[in-house]
Design a binder for this molecule. Structure first.
Ligand code: FA5
Ligand code: MG
Length: 444
């Protein structure tokens, strides 16, 4: 149950939150909280979660953590610098200055480490972000966090160096024969440094354990996808190609991302790294070191079932839901007929910087700055799931006035039916008008 009242309070599933000028969460987003796709027994997100969980049998699982968290949990506890873009209202849904919808499952790292329940844990949950609109990005999606730590005295107790204890654990991970691209050194002094107190040998062992565990997940997903019956008996799934790339997260070092080749392009499926020791210390876990990862469940489910568009996960159409079951053998997804696309452009002038600096501020961008995520949010607000993607197709600056013009191309297409002309025209007109009223742009 969601309710807003004039007293600047909002009620979400029985909990009351004060709202203030930081509030930027639309009711369409709040409505997603009750869906809990990762807990619906026959939903592909839940089935994907269970398949991944089965690769980590000794890990403790947490699947019911509430999505409203503090800025402290989501950012401060993880060492995000005060000026990190992730904290901005253009990227994150706030209820008030101190309270957000979690942007990632890492928001629960500190608390889960502090509970000291097990050497390994998994957290699956819905997460919320203002982001791009396309086939693999959605403002609400699901992540699974995983972490595994070792006591730094474990080696001494076993009469061998700690790295050897970790390598012994690496040997327990199922082997695969896929050639994985990994051109990066395990650590790099500037780009991907070791932490003080971490020896190169320990980090190499932890990195191997982390990477082998995650490769095992992707291989298991592809094996399941290959075995899945294909009722339409179309082309077989693509051969598996994966690569590791260096990454940066404030809460791990060194850090990496894993990408999988999918439908002609590299798709990022997860981020991971060696946990910053300060997080463990702040969580009162002073004698352990280890790794953490955060995986996008939709991205993995798309690989597993050949689901072509991330919006489908939110569909309540039985032509989608009836294709997934926990009791029958896995089937690849058979797309129902593809309905026609309707492409429309909108071009506009940004407010010139002089007027932006004046009092002419918009509700979404009180500082007068323009952010593409605001365009995305307006499109989602008006069109819901009828918008397939929105992309910048042209950009230029007037040589005399210095004003900047942008052109966005919107692809309107329902997954469930053919849209009428009147309907798309009406949506597009609303979209244009809200760009003006909310962002203060001038249509061309
Ligand atoms: C994170 O969220 C980090 N918390 C991951 C992490 C955890 C790193 C623990 C280190 C240690 P990132 O923003 O890259 O990282 O998101 C992780 C994954 O979520 C991505 O690889 C992708 O699979 C998925 N993802 C991100 N944005 C979206 C989106 N808008 N829609 C669907 N999936 C997304
Ligand atoms: Mg990423």
């Amino acid at each position: 149950m969601i309710g807003a009242s004039s007293t600047n309070e909002i009620k979400i599933e029985g909990k009351t939150y004060k709202t203030d000028e930081w509030m930027n969460t639309p009711s369409t987003i709040l409505a997603a909280i009750s869906r809990r796709l990762h807990l619906q027994p026959d939903h592909p997100i839940a089935l994907t979660r269970k398949l991944i969980e089965s690769r980590f049998p000794e890990f403790k699982t947490h699947n019911e953590l509430f999505p409203v968290v503090s800025v402290k949990q989501n950012f401060d506890s993880l060492g995000f610098p005060a000026d990190h873009v992730g904290r901005s209202r253009t990227d994150t849904y706030y209820l008030n200055k101190e309270t957000v919808l979690r942007t990632h499952t890492s928001a629960h790292q500190a608390d889960t480490f502090r509970a000291k329940e097990s050497a390994g844990y998994l957290i699956s949950a819905d997460v919320y972000r203002r982001d791009a609109i396309d086939r693999s990005h959605y403002p609400v999606f699901h992540q699974m966090e995983g972490a595994r730590t070792w006591d730094q005295d474990a080696g001494a107790e076993a009469g061998k160096p700690l790295e050897q204890v970790i390598w012994d654990d690496v040997a327990k991970i199922p082997k695969h024969d896929i050639d994985v691209e990994d051109p990066n050194p395990v650590h790099h002094p500037e780009r991907n440094p070791l932490q003080p107190g971490h020896s190169p040998a320990e980090v190499e062992a932890m990195a191997a354990h982390l990477k082998r565990s995650l490769e095992d997940v992707v291989v298991a997903i592809f094996d399941a996808a290959r075995k899945a019956t294909d009722p339409s008996s179309s082309t077989p799934p693509e051969p598996l190609k994966m690569r590791w790339v260096e990454a940066y997260f404030p809460f791990t070092s060194p850090s990496w991302e894993l990408e999988v080749f999918w439908q002609g392009d590299w798709l990022e499926v997860l981020g991971c790294g060696i946990v910053q020791q300060s997080i463990l210390t702040n969580a009162d876990v002073t004698t352990r070191k280890g790794w953490a990862f955060g995986i996008g469940l939709e991205r993995i489910a798309m690989l597993l079932y050949s689901i072509p568009d991330i919006r489908l996960f939110w569909s309540t159409d039985s032509r989608f839901l009836s294709q997934f079951s926990s009791t029958t053998p896995m089937q690849r997804f058979v797309p129902f007929s593809k309905y026609p696309a309707c492409i429309k452009d909108v071009s506009f002038w940004l407010r010139s910087s002089s007027s932006a600096a004046g009092g002419n501020s918009s509700p979404l961008s009180p500082t007068g700055g323009f952010h593409e995520n605001d365009v995305m949010e307006i499109a989602r607000e008006i069109c819901g799931d009828v918008v397939e993607d929105v992309r910048l197709v042209d950009e230029f600056t007037h040589p005399k006035t210095g004003r900047k013009s942008l052109c966005y191309r919107t692809n309107y297409r329902s997954l469930e039916r053919t849209l009428t002309n009147e309907e798309t025209n009406e949506l597009h007109e609303k979209f244009r008008q809200q760009l003006v009223s909310k962002l203060g742009v001038e249509l061309r």
